[in-house]
Design a protein around this ligand. Structure first.
Ligand SMILES: *[C@@H]1O[C@H](CO)[C@@H](O)[C@H](O)[C@H]1NC(C)=O
Ligand SMILES: *[C@@H]1O[C@H](CO)[C@@H](O)[C@H](O)[C@H]1NC(C)=O
Ligand SMILES: *[C@@H]1O[C@H](CO)[C@@H](O)[C@H](O)[C@H]1NC(C)=O
Ligand SMILES: *[C@@H]1O[C@H](CO)[C@@H](O)[C@H](O)[C@H]1NC(C)=O
Length: 382
Protein backbone atom coordinates (compact mmCIF):
# COMPACT_ATOMS: atom_id res chain seq x y z
CA UNK A 1 0.00 0.00 0.00
CA UNK A 2 2.76 2.35 1.07
CA UNK A 3 4.56 1.38 -2.07
CA UNK A 4 1.64 2.24 -4.28
CA UNK A 5 1.19 5.59 -2.56
CA UNK A 6 4.86 6.28 -2.92
CA UNK A 7 4.69 5.29 -6.53
CA UNK A 8 1.75 7.62 -7.18
CA UNK A 9 3.53 10.47 -5.45
CA UNK A 10 6.64 9.77 -7.41
CA UNK A 11 4.90 9.70 -10.73
CA UNK A 12 3.02 12.92 -10.11
CA UNK A 13 6.17 14.76 -9.06
CA UNK A 14 8.03 13.33 -11.99
CA UNK A 15 5.24 14.34 -14.33
CA UNK A 16 5.22 17.87 -12.91
CA UNK A 17 8.95 18.07 -13.37
CA UNK A 18 8.61 16.83 -16.87
CA UNK A 19 5.90 19.34 -17.68
CA UNK A 20 8.02 22.13 -16.22
CA UNK A 21 10.95 21.13 -18.36
CA UNK A 22 9.19 20.66 -21.65
CA UNK A 23 9.78 24.20 -22.75
CA UNK A 24 13.49 24.13 -22.04
CA UNK A 25 14.68 20.85 -23.45
CA UNK A 26 12.08 20.20 -26.07
CA UNK A 27 12.73 16.49 -25.79
CA UNK A 28 11.63 14.51 -22.78
CA UNK A 29 13.14 11.34 -21.51
CA UNK A 30 10.52 8.61 -21.34
CA UNK A 31 8.72 8.90 -18.00
CA UNK A 32 9.93 6.49 -15.38
CA UNK A 33 11.19 6.13 -11.85
CA UNK A 34 14.11 4.59 -9.96
CA UNK A 35 13.57 1.71 -7.54
CA UNK A 36 15.28 -1.46 -6.42
CA UNK A 37 14.56 -4.54 -8.51
CA UNK A 38 12.10 -6.79 -6.75
CA UNK A 39 11.25 -9.25 -9.47
CA UNK A 40 12.31 -12.84 -9.85
CA UNK A 41 13.67 -13.59 -13.28
CA UNK A 42 16.69 -11.27 -13.11
CA UNK A 43 17.34 -11.51 -9.37
CA UNK A 44 20.56 -13.35 -9.94
CA UNK A 45 22.02 -10.69 -12.25
CA UNK A 46 20.63 -7.54 -10.69
CA UNK A 47 21.51 -8.31 -7.10
CA UNK A 48 23.62 -5.48 -5.79
CA UNK A 49 23.47 -3.28 -8.89
CA UNK A 50 21.45 -0.60 -7.09
CA UNK A 51 18.34 1.09 -8.38
CA UNK A 52 16.92 0.18 -11.72
CA UNK A 53 14.68 2.22 -14.00
CA UNK A 54 11.01 1.40 -14.42
CA UNK A 55 8.99 2.63 -17.34
CA UNK A 56 5.82 4.40 -16.24
CA UNK A 57 3.00 3.26 -18.41
CA UNK A 58 -0.41 2.01 -17.53
CA UNK A 59 0.53 -1.62 -18.08
CA UNK A 60 3.96 -1.59 -16.49
CA UNK A 61 3.18 -0.79 -12.85
CA UNK A 62 6.07 -1.95 -10.70
CA UNK A 63 7.87 -3.23 -13.78
CA UNK A 64 5.29 -5.96 -14.18
CA UNK A 65 5.20 -5.82 -17.97
CA UNK A 66 8.97 -5.97 -18.42
CA UNK A 67 9.18 -8.78 -15.90
CA UNK A 68 6.60 -10.70 -17.91
CA UNK A 69 8.23 -10.07 -21.29
CA UNK A 70 11.62 -11.04 -19.88
CA UNK A 71 10.24 -14.22 -18.37
CA UNK A 72 8.63 -15.23 -21.64
CA UNK A 73 11.64 -14.32 -23.75
CA UNK A 74 13.72 -16.35 -21.34
CA UNK A 75 11.66 -19.40 -22.19
CA UNK A 76 11.31 -18.62 -25.89
CA UNK A 77 14.83 -17.47 -26.69
CA UNK A 78 17.38 -17.89 -23.92
CA UNK A 79 16.51 -21.43 -22.89
CA UNK A 80 17.54 -22.78 -26.28
CA UNK A 81 20.96 -21.11 -26.30
CA UNK A 82 24.21 -22.85 -25.54
CA UNK A 83 27.02 -21.55 -23.36
CA UNK A 84 28.81 -19.22 -23.49
CA UNK A 85 26.00 -17.45 -25.32
CA UNK A 86 23.35 -18.28 -22.81
CA UNK A 87 24.76 -16.57 -19.72
CA UNK A 88 25.79 -13.57 -21.76
CA UNK A 89 22.33 -13.27 -23.32
CA UNK A 90 20.66 -13.58 -19.91
CA UNK A 91 22.77 -10.78 -18.54
CA UNK A 92 22.20 -8.55 -21.52
CA UNK A 93 18.45 -9.15 -21.51
CA UNK A 94 18.16 -8.34 -17.80
CA UNK A 95 20.23 -5.21 -18.21
CA UNK A 96 18.04 -4.17 -21.14
CA UNK A 97 14.76 -4.85 -19.33
CA UNK A 98 15.84 -3.28 -16.04
CA UNK A 99 18.47 -0.67 -16.86
CA UNK A 100 20.43 1.24 -14.28
CA UNK A 101 18.70 4.38 -13.14
CA UNK A 102 20.19 7.84 -12.97
CA UNK A 103 18.68 11.12 -11.85
CA UNK A 104 19.32 13.96 -14.26
CA UNK A 105 17.79 17.32 -13.38
CA UNK A 106 15.35 15.44 -11.21
CA UNK A 107 14.32 13.09 -14.01
CA UNK A 108 14.74 9.39 -13.62
CA UNK A 109 16.63 8.21 -16.67
CA UNK A 110 17.13 4.59 -17.67
CA UNK A 111 20.61 4.13 -19.10
CA UNK A 112 20.86 2.28 -22.42
CA UNK A 113 23.01 -0.82 -22.83
CA UNK A 114 26.73 -0.31 -23.25
CA UNK A 115 28.17 -0.70 -26.74
CA UNK A 116 30.92 -2.97 -25.40
CA UNK A 117 28.51 -5.51 -23.93
CA UNK A 118 26.38 -5.41 -27.04
CA UNK A 119 29.34 -5.98 -29.39
CA UNK A 120 30.74 -8.71 -27.16
CA UNK A 121 27.47 -10.63 -27.35
CA UNK A 122 26.94 -10.03 -31.07
CA UNK A 123 30.51 -10.65 -32.22
CA UNK A 124 31.72 -13.25 -29.81
CA UNK A 125 29.46 -14.89 -27.25
CA UNK A 126 26.39 -15.31 -29.45
CA UNK A 127 27.78 -14.92 -32.94
CA UNK A 128 25.54 -17.50 -34.63
CA UNK A 129 22.39 -16.90 -32.67
CA UNK A 130 22.50 -13.15 -33.10
CA UNK A 131 22.93 -13.56 -36.86
CA UNK A 132 19.99 -15.94 -36.91
CA UNK A 133 17.78 -13.52 -35.02
CA UNK A 134 18.74 -10.69 -37.37
CA UNK A 135 18.04 -12.89 -40.37
CA UNK A 136 14.64 -13.75 -39.01
CA UNK A 137 13.97 -10.12 -38.25
CA UNK A 138 14.60 -9.22 -41.88
CA UNK A 139 12.16 -11.89 -42.94
CA UNK A 140 9.59 -10.53 -40.51
CA UNK A 141 9.89 -13.42 -38.06
CA UNK A 142 10.02 -12.20 -34.48
CA UNK A 143 9.88 -13.73 -31.05
CA UNK A 144 6.23 -13.92 -30.11
CA UNK A 145 6.82 -12.64 -26.60
CA UNK A 146 9.06 -9.73 -27.49
CA UNK A 147 6.49 -7.05 -26.59
CA UNK A 148 8.10 -3.63 -26.92
CA UNK A 149 11.64 -5.06 -26.61
CA UNK A 150 13.93 -4.59 -29.57
CA UNK A 151 17.19 -6.14 -30.63
CA UNK A 152 19.73 -3.45 -29.73
CA UNK A 153 21.73 -1.70 -32.43
CA UNK A 154 25.22 -1.88 -30.93
CA UNK A 155 26.62 0.94 -33.04
CA UNK A 156 24.17 3.48 -31.70
CA UNK A 157 24.88 2.72 -28.04
CA UNK A 158 27.21 4.74 -25.82
CA UNK A 159 30.52 3.39 -24.57
CA UNK A 160 31.00 2.89 -20.85
CA UNK A 161 34.47 4.36 -21.06
CA UNK A 162 35.27 7.97 -20.51
CA UNK A 163 32.18 9.29 -18.75
CA UNK A 164 31.48 9.63 -15.08
CA UNK A 165 28.81 8.88 -14.07
CA UNK A 166 28.57 6.20 -16.75
CA UNK A 167 26.34 6.86 -19.73
CA UNK A 168 25.15 3.28 -20.02
CA UNK A 169 24.09 0.23 -18.03
CA UNK A 170 27.15 -1.94 -17.84
CA UNK A 171 26.39 -5.66 -17.90
CA UNK A 172 30.10 -6.24 -17.25
CA UNK A 173 30.47 -8.88 -19.91
CA UNK A 174 33.82 -7.43 -20.90
CA UNK A 175 35.04 -6.76 -17.41
CA UNK A 176 38.56 -7.78 -16.48
CA UNK A 177 38.47 -9.76 -13.26
CA UNK A 178 41.69 -8.60 -11.68
CA UNK A 179 41.70 -11.38 -9.11
CA UNK A 180 41.81 -13.93 -11.92
CA UNK A 181 44.67 -12.42 -13.87
CA UNK A 182 47.66 -14.73 -14.22
CA UNK A 183 51.03 -14.27 -15.91
CA UNK A 184 52.94 -17.52 -16.10
CA UNK A 185 50.19 -20.09 -15.84
CA UNK A 186 46.58 -20.57 -16.87
CA UNK A 187 43.63 -20.52 -14.50
CA UNK A 188 40.50 -22.22 -15.79
CA UNK A 189 40.11 -21.37 -19.47
CA UNK A 190 42.82 -18.76 -19.19
CA UNK A 191 40.49 -15.91 -20.10
CA UNK A 192 42.53 -13.52 -17.96
CA UNK A 193 45.95 -14.85 -18.84
CA UNK A 194 48.16 -11.80 -19.34
CA UNK A 195 51.52 -13.47 -19.84
CA UNK A 196 53.93 -13.09 -22.74
CA UNK A 197 53.91 -16.51 -24.39
CA UNK A 198 54.15 -15.69 -28.09
CA UNK A 199 54.41 -19.13 -29.66
CA UNK A 200 51.82 -21.81 -30.22
CA UNK A 201 52.13 -25.31 -28.87
CA UNK A 202 53.84 -26.34 -32.12
CA UNK A 203 56.28 -23.48 -31.79
CA UNK A 204 54.75 -21.29 -34.52
CA UNK A 205 55.21 -17.58 -33.83
CA UNK A 206 51.98 -15.69 -33.09
CA UNK A 207 50.50 -12.98 -35.25
CA UNK A 208 49.98 -9.57 -33.64
CA UNK A 209 46.37 -9.12 -32.59
CA UNK A 210 46.13 -5.73 -34.31
CA UNK A 211 47.59 -7.03 -37.54
CA UNK A 212 45.63 -8.55 -40.42
CA UNK A 213 48.64 -10.32 -41.95
CA UNK A 214 48.97 -13.16 -42.75
CA UNK A 215 45.49 -13.92 -41.40
CA UNK A 216 42.77 -11.35 -41.70
CA UNK A 217 40.31 -11.60 -38.84
CA UNK A 218 37.71 -9.62 -36.93
CA UNK A 219 37.70 -11.64 -33.77
CA UNK A 220 38.06 -11.11 -30.93
CA UNK A 221 36.25 -7.75 -31.20
CA UNK A 222 38.13 -4.81 -29.78
CA UNK A 223 35.97 -4.59 -26.66
CA UNK A 224 37.82 -7.06 -24.47
CA UNK A 225 40.44 -5.58 -22.14
CA UNK A 226 42.21 -8.96 -22.24
CA UNK A 227 43.53 -8.19 -25.72
CA UNK A 228 44.45 -4.55 -25.16
CA UNK A 229 48.20 -4.15 -25.57
CA UNK A 230 48.40 -7.87 -26.11
CA UNK A 231 51.09 -7.61 -28.83
CA UNK A 232 51.31 -11.13 -30.20
CA UNK A 233 50.80 -12.91 -26.92
CA UNK A 234 48.50 -15.88 -26.51
CA UNK A 235 45.11 -14.78 -25.24
CA UNK A 236 41.63 -16.16 -24.80
CA UNK A 237 39.37 -13.12 -25.03
CA UNK A 238 35.92 -13.78 -23.64
CA UNK A 239 37.02 -17.30 -22.74
CA UNK A 240 35.75 -18.63 -26.08
CA UNK A 241 38.38 -21.38 -26.29
CA UNK A 242 39.38 -23.86 -23.60
CA UNK A 243 42.80 -22.18 -23.35
CA UNK A 244 44.76 -19.21 -24.72
CA UNK A 245 45.49 -19.21 -28.45
CA UNK A 246 46.65 -16.94 -31.24
CA UNK A 247 46.56 -16.53 -35.00
CA UNK A 248 49.88 -17.81 -36.33
CA UNK A 249 52.45 -16.25 -38.66
CA UNK A 250 52.28 -19.40 -40.78
CA UNK A 251 49.90 -18.64 -43.67
CA UNK A 252 48.78 -22.27 -43.75
CA UNK A 253 47.88 -22.49 -40.07
CA UNK A 254 45.22 -19.96 -39.21
CA UNK A 255 45.33 -20.29 -35.46
CA UNK A 256 46.54 -22.58 -32.76
CA UNK A 257 46.36 -22.92 -29.04
CA UNK A 258 49.40 -22.29 -26.87
CA UNK A 259 51.07 -24.56 -24.42
CA UNK A 260 51.01 -22.71 -21.12
CA UNK A 261 51.19 -24.61 -17.83
CA UNK A 262 48.04 -24.81 -15.72
CA UNK A 263 48.20 -23.01 -12.37
CA UNK A 264 48.40 -25.37 -9.45
CA UNK A 265 45.47 -25.81 -7.08
CA UNK A 266 43.17 -23.10 -8.31
CA UNK A 267 39.61 -22.79 -7.15
CA UNK A 268 37.25 -23.32 -10.01
CA UNK A 269 36.05 -20.04 -11.39
CA UNK A 270 32.51 -19.56 -12.61
CA UNK A 271 33.89 -19.19 -16.11
CA UNK A 272 34.72 -22.84 -15.89
CA UNK A 273 31.37 -24.00 -17.18
CA UNK A 274 31.23 -21.47 -19.98
CA UNK A 275 31.23 -23.03 -23.42
CA UNK A 276 32.79 -26.38 -22.94
CA UNK A 277 33.64 -26.81 -26.58
CA UNK A 278 35.74 -29.61 -27.80
CA UNK A 279 38.64 -28.13 -29.66
CA UNK A 280 39.93 -31.46 -30.85
CA UNK A 281 36.75 -31.69 -32.92
CA UNK A 282 37.10 -28.24 -34.37
CA UNK A 283 40.60 -28.91 -35.62
CA UNK A 284 38.98 -31.38 -37.99
CA UNK A 285 36.27 -29.03 -39.12
CA UNK A 286 37.70 -28.33 -42.52
CA UNK A 287 35.17 -27.67 -45.29
CA UNK A 288 35.88 -31.10 -46.72
CA UNK A 289 35.25 -32.76 -43.40
CA UNK A 290 31.96 -30.94 -42.92
CA UNK A 291 30.86 -31.95 -46.43
CA UNK A 292 31.78 -35.57 -45.88
CA UNK A 293 30.11 -35.56 -42.49
CA UNK A 294 26.90 -34.11 -43.96
CA UNK A 295 26.93 -36.65 -46.79
CA UNK A 296 27.49 -39.55 -44.41
CA UNK A 297 24.80 -38.24 -42.08
CA UNK A 298 22.28 -37.85 -44.87
CA UNK A 299 23.04 -41.26 -46.34
CA UNK A 300 22.74 -42.79 -42.89
CA UNK A 301 19.39 -41.17 -42.30
CA UNK A 302 18.04 -42.30 -45.66
CA UNK A 303 19.29 -45.84 -45.04
CA UNK A 304 17.68 -46.00 -41.63
CA UNK A 305 14.41 -44.73 -43.06
CA UNK A 306 14.52 -47.24 -45.90
CA UNK A 307 15.38 -50.04 -43.50
CA UNK A 308 12.57 -49.02 -41.25
CA UNK A 309 10.07 -48.95 -44.12
CA UNK A 310 11.31 -52.33 -45.34
CA UNK A 311 11.03 -53.91 -41.92
CA UNK A 312 7.63 -52.42 -41.46
CA UNK A 313 6.45 -53.80 -44.79
CA UNK A 314 7.79 -57.28 -44.05
CA UNK A 315 6.24 -57.19 -40.62
CA UNK A 316 2.88 -56.13 -42.02
CA UNK A 317 3.07 -58.85 -44.68
CA UNK A 318 3.59 -61.53 -42.08
CA UNK A 319 1.08 -60.30 -39.59
CA UNK A 320 -1.46 -59.09 -42.05
CA UNK A 321 -3.46 -56.02 -41.26
CA UNK A 322 -3.09 -54.86 -37.69
CA UNK A 323 -4.84 -51.74 -36.45
CA UNK A 324 -2.37 -51.02 -33.62
CA UNK A 325 0.55 -51.11 -36.02
CA UNK A 326 -1.21 -48.55 -38.18
CA UNK A 327 -1.68 -46.23 -35.26
CA UNK A 328 2.01 -46.48 -34.44
CA UNK A 329 2.82 -45.49 -37.96
CA UNK A 330 0.62 -42.44 -37.74
CA UNK A 331 2.41 -41.40 -34.58
CA UNK A 332 5.70 -41.02 -36.39
CA UNK A 333 5.22 -37.53 -37.66
CA UNK A 334 8.13 -36.64 -39.88
CA UNK A 335 6.95 -33.06 -40.02
CA UNK A 336 8.04 -32.74 -36.41
CA UNK A 337 11.67 -33.16 -37.36
CA UNK A 338 12.33 -29.62 -38.58
CA UNK A 339 10.50 -28.22 -35.58
CA UNK A 340 13.29 -29.36 -33.37
CA UNK A 341 15.29 -26.24 -32.52
CA UNK A 342 18.52 -28.20 -32.84
CA UNK A 343 17.98 -28.55 -36.55
CA UNK A 344 17.49 -24.86 -37.04
CA UNK A 345 20.64 -23.89 -35.33
CA UNK A 346 23.90 -23.52 -37.24
CA UNK A 347 25.44 -26.46 -35.40
CA UNK A 348 28.94 -25.63 -34.29
CA UNK A 349 29.92 -22.27 -32.94
CA UNK A 350 31.71 -20.35 -35.62
CA UNK A 351 35.19 -19.96 -34.40
CA UNK A 352 38.09 -17.83 -35.52
CA UNK A 353 39.29 -20.73 -37.59
CA UNK A 354 35.99 -21.12 -39.35
CA UNK A 355 35.81 -17.50 -40.38
CA UNK A 356 37.11 -18.45 -43.78
CA UNK A 357 33.97 -20.42 -44.37
CA UNK A 358 31.81 -17.44 -43.60
CA UNK A 359 30.53 -15.44 -46.49
CA UNK A 360 30.17 -11.75 -45.91
CA UNK A 361 26.47 -11.61 -45.19
CA UNK A 362 25.85 -8.79 -47.62
CA UNK A 363 27.40 -10.68 -50.50
CA UNK A 364 24.80 -13.38 -50.29
CA UNK A 365 21.87 -12.86 -52.56
CA UNK A 366 18.90 -14.83 -51.48
CA UNK A 367 17.17 -16.40 -54.45
CA UNK A 368 14.50 -18.69 -53.16
CA UNK A 369 13.61 -21.23 -50.56
CA UNK A 370 14.26 -24.72 -51.75
CA UNK A 371 12.38 -26.20 -48.86
CA UNK A 372 12.77 -27.49 -45.35
CA UNK A 373 15.09 -30.41 -44.85
CA UNK A 374 15.92 -32.43 -41.83
CA UNK A 375 19.01 -30.27 -41.50
CA UNK A 376 17.15 -26.98 -41.60
CA UNK A 377 16.12 -24.51 -44.23
CA UNK A 378 17.65 -25.03 -47.60
CA UNK A 379 17.81 -22.05 -49.83
CA UNK A 380 19.54 -21.12 -53.04
CA UNK A 381 22.00 -18.24 -52.84
CA UNK A 382 24.57 -16.80 -55.16
C1 LIG B 1 22.12 -10.83 -3.05
O1 LIG B 1 23.30 -10.33 -2.45
C2 LIG B 1 23.32 -10.45 -1.03
C3 LIG B 1 24.62 -9.87 -0.54
O2 LIG B 1 25.05 -8.83 -1.33
C4 LIG B 1 23.17 -11.90 -0.62
O3 LIG B 1 23.10 -12.02 0.78
C5 LIG B 1 21.91 -12.47 -1.24
O4 LIG B 1 21.82 -13.85 -0.95
C6 LIG B 1 21.92 -12.28 -2.74
N1 LIG B 1 20.66 -12.77 -3.30
C7 LIG B 1 20.63 -13.52 -4.42
C8 LIG B 1 19.30 -13.95 -4.85
O5 LIG B 1 21.62 -13.85 -5.03
C1 LIG C 1 7.43 1.85 -21.93
O1 LIG C 1 6.45 0.85 -21.99
C2 LIG C 1 5.59 0.92 -23.10
C3 LIG C 1 4.60 -0.20 -23.02
O2 LIG C 1 3.95 -0.18 -21.82
C4 LIG C 1 6.40 0.82 -24.39
O3 LIG C 1 5.55 0.96 -25.51
C5 LIG C 1 7.48 1.87 -24.42
O4 LIG C 1 8.29 1.65 -25.55
C6 LIG C 1 8.33 1.76 -23.17
N1 LIG C 1 9.33 2.80 -23.19
C7 LIG C 1 10.63 2.52 -22.99
C8 LIG C 1 11.56 3.66 -23.10
O5 LIG C 1 11.02 1.40 -22.69
C1 LIG D 1 58.69 -13.69 -28.28
O1 LIG D 1 59.08 -13.25 -26.99
C2 LIG D 1 60.45 -13.28 -26.76
C3 LIG D 1 60.71 -12.85 -25.33
O2 LIG D 1 59.60 -13.11 -24.53
C4 LIG D 1 61.18 -12.37 -27.72
O3 LIG D 1 62.58 -12.44 -27.52
C5 LIG D 1 60.85 -12.77 -29.15
O4 LIG D 1 61.41 -11.84 -30.04
C6 LIG D 1 59.35 -12.83 -29.33
N1 LIG D 1 59.06 -13.36 -30.66
C7 LIG D 1 58.19 -12.81 -31.48
C8 LIG D 1 58.02 -13.49 -32.78
O5 LIG D 1 57.59 -11.80 -31.20
C1 LIG E 1 47.73 -24.50 -2.87
O1 LIG E 1 47.47 -25.53 -1.92
C2 LIG E 1 48.25 -25.45 -0.73
C3 LIG E 1 47.90 -26.62 0.16
O2 LIG E 1 47.21 -27.59 -0.54
C4 LIG E 1 47.97 -24.12 -0.02
O3 LIG E 1 48.78 -24.01 1.14
C5 LIG E 1 48.27 -22.97 -0.98
O4 LIG E 1 47.92 -21.73 -0.34
C6 LIG E 1 47.47 -23.13 -2.26
N1 LIG E 1 47.84 -22.09 -3.19
C7 LIG E 1 46.95 -21.32 -3.80
C8 LIG E 1 47.48 -20.32 -4.73
O5 LIG E 1 45.74 -21.45 -3.61
Amino acid sequence: MVLILWYLLWSTTVTKHLLAQTGETGQLPPPGYCAPYNGKICKHYLNGTGQVWFNISHDNAGGWLNEQITTRLWAEMVAGLKEPCRSAAEKLLCTYAFPQCQLRNGHAVGLPLCAEDCVAVRQLFCYNDWALIEDNKQRGIFFKSRGHFQLPDCESLPSFRGTSPPACSHAKLTEMKMEEVTYDCVKGRGRFYQGTMNRTKQGLPCQHWDSQVPHSHYRPPDVFPEVQNAENYCRNAGGEEPSPWCYTMDPTVRWQRCDIPVCENVTDSDDENIGVKDLAMETFFTPKFILILSAVGLTGLVMILLLFLLCHRLYKHRRGYNPTATREEVNIDLDKLPNNMAYHRTGAQLNPKLEKLEFPRNDIIYIRDLGQGAFGRVFQVS
